[in-house]
Design a protein around this ligand. Structure first.
Ligand code: SAH
Length: 235
């Protein structure tokens, strides 16, 4: 995965910087940039970062947004009031998917707690992003907005979930083995007569096709059970 950067423009509360660092670290992000923070470093930032001190300490400070995103292939501007700017707005999920498809460093840019992003900052970015929220009160706390985006970025390429699936998912061969075994046991027990025209074969396939993430281990349990029943019957 290429590098994902979080840029906070003119944050006024150092506590929010610390909380943003924490939000990033929980989702595996570490590249934090601060554009002219009002007060930083600050003890409030440390308190809110808790175990994300490394992210906080690694934060680079920039004099302007242009400098913070110059080497990025794309910058995504986060706005609580996107309608004022443009009609082309991505929601956070779509933005994360777009970012994941890009090759090279990508920045997500957040505005000041009171004023949001300026016109100029917005124009420096290529995409406008909104976190869908209640139109009557759509403005999330800065660090919480960072959390939502960091979460969506993680979900586009969750390495843990994928590794888990690759190791354990039942293959077509496993499934075919299970179907053959079920059929054999059904015939052997006289539950099923292949000459009867019964739809058992198709029905069993339909049943298992509705389990989209069957694990090899689960197939093995079913086959183990069939083996045990067959062994008992043959005795
Ligand atoms: N009062 C400001 C919002 C400040 S919240 C305003 O109305 O613009 C601080 C920053 O968090 C915003 O600049 C934006 O980057 C982000 N943010 C908060 N709520 C958001 C939302 N619903 N969608 C996208 N970004 C949001």
């Amino acid at each position: 995965m290429h590098s994902l950067r979080i840029v906070l423009c003119r944050p006024s509360h150092p506590g929010n910087i610390g909380a943003a660092a924490r939000a990033m670290k929980t989702m595996g992000l570490s590249d934090l940039r601060l554009v002219t923070p009002e007060k930083f470093p600050a003890p409030e930032a440390q308190w809110m970062a808790t175990h994300a001190q490394d992210v906080l300490q690694g934060a680079k400070i920039h004099a302007g947004l242009g400098e913070a995103i110059a080497d990025c292939v794309a910058a995504f501007a986060l706005s609580a009031r996107p309608r004022e700017w443009s009609t082309q707005v991505l929601d956070a999920r779509a933005a994360a998917a777009r970012a994941a498809a890009l090759d090279g460093p990508v920045a997500f840019v957040f505005g000041n707690e009171q004023a949001g992003l300026t016109n100029e900052e917005m124009l420096a970015c290529q995409y406008l992003v909104h976190i869908p929220s209640d139109p009557g009160f759509s403005s999330l706390n800065l660090a919480q907005a960072v959390q939502v985006v960091a979460y969506e970025l993680r979900m586009t390429s969750n390495p843990e979930v994928e590794r888990f699936r690759k190791e354990k998912a039942a293959t077509v061969r496993d499934l075919e083995g299970l179907y053959a075994h079920l059929e054999q046991a059904a015939i052997e027990s006289e539950f099923f007569d292949p000459a009867s025209g019964s739809k058992l074969r198709t029905r069993l396939r339909r049943l298992f096709s509705r389990v989209p993430d069957l694990e090899r281990e689960e197939v093995n349990i079913l086959r183990g059970l069939l083996n045990a029943l067959q062994a008992r019957r043959r005795k």
